[in-house]
Structure formats: structure tokens, C-alpha cells
Write a protein that binds this ligand. Structure first.
Ligand code: ZN
Length: 175
């Protein structure tokens, strides 16, 4: 299939909870390959399956250009059935989303997280991350739970966001 156009907010699939992956087969590997092509086509760092229209508990990421993250965890990697098992600290930082392109807003996240899941072969993995990596993991796990970064906004920021969204919809344009 190749590059799939990334689903934009407020498409309903983005607010669906991803189903647990139970079958690791060729069909799934094909979906993962398409997700990587789609991620690279927009120069993104992470992408959840719902963002290409599959409501599955699956995301991919590629931080291989980073020189601070250990090579065994910086990807490119696909994580199935992820779960954040530990969170520590709090930090507010700018965040964006490929489903809301060009929109950046401050979101409060844990500084450090530990994530548990399966790799694309079905082997259990644990990732300890901090800073930007930890923020990305929390953002992607949110996607799997049907949670968008907008859901973290204060009511004032939400108002501004939805006013912009309404204008965009009226124009019939994209983000
Ligand atoms: Zn996103």
C-alpha cells in the first residue's frame, strides 16, 4: 500500500480505543511497513495506528537520529499493546501532532516513564525514557487510548483551539 494519508482531527477513528493486537502475522507487518513509509513521508518521529485509520494498540517511532538515546531503544521500532507502567516528575513543554499539523501547544507530561509492550516479533520490551522521548511515548500511548493532545488543554486553550478548528472547517480546508 505504501504511504497512507494521515488522518486529521476530528476524524472519529482518532478517538477510538485501539484494540489489543493478538495476531502477529504478515498483514500486521504490512501495516507496520505502511506506517513507517507514512511517518517518513511527513518527517515525523512517532505515529499511532489510529492515525492511518487502524484502531489498533500499536505505534511506531524512529528517534535514530538522536545521539543521546541508547541505540538499542531509539528505533526505528514498532510497539504493540503498550502500557505506561511508571511515571515520574512533571514538565510542561510544546507538543505537536501529525493529525493536527502545524499546531503546537504546551502540554504537561511526566518527565520520565517506563513503558512495557511487545516488539513487532511479539517479544516483550521495556523502555525507560525521559525528556522528549518520554513525551513522545506518552503522546502515542494517549493515541492508543483515543486521547488527543487537545484533551489535555485547559478550557481556555480548548476554546481557542476549537475556534480555530471551526474556521478551518468553514474554509473546508485542511490544517
Ligand atoms: Zn499525535
Amino acid at each position: 500500500m505504501g504511504v497512507i494519508e494521515i488522518v486529521k482531527y476530528p476524524e472519529p477513528v482518532l478517538e477510538k480505543k485501539g484494540e489489543l493486537v493478538t495476531e502477529i502475522d504478515g498483514v500486521l507487518q504490512g501495516k507496520i511497513e505502511d506506517m513507517f513509509e507514512s511517518l517518513y513521508a511527513v518527517s515525523g518521529l512517532g505515529l499511532a495506528a489510529s492515525q492511518v485509520g487502524h484502531p489498533l494498540a500499536l505505534f511506531i517511532y524512529d528517534l535514530s537520529l538522536s545521539d543521546t538515546i541508547p541505540s538499542e531503544i531509539k528505533g526505528p521500532a514498532a510497539i504493540l499493546n503498550p502500557e505506561i507502567v511508571e511515571m515520574e516528575g512533571e514538565v510542561i513543554g510544546d507538543e505537536g501532532c501529525l493529525s493536527i499539523p502545524g499546531y503546537f501547544e504546551k502540554v504537561k507530561r511526566a518527565v520520565r516513564v517506563q513503558l512495557k509492550g511487545l516488539d513487532r516479533e511479539g517479544k516483550e520490551v521495556r523502555i525507560e525514557a525521559e525528556g522528549l522521548f518520554a513525551r513522545m511515548l506518552q503522546h502515542e500511548v494517549d493515541h492508543i487510548n483515543g486521547v488527543m493532545m487537545v484533551d489535555h488543554f485547559s478550557s481556555l486553550k480548548k476554546d481557542i483551539f476549537f475556534r480555530k478548528l471551526k474556521k478551518r472547517m468553514k474554509r473546508g480546508g485542511t490544517w
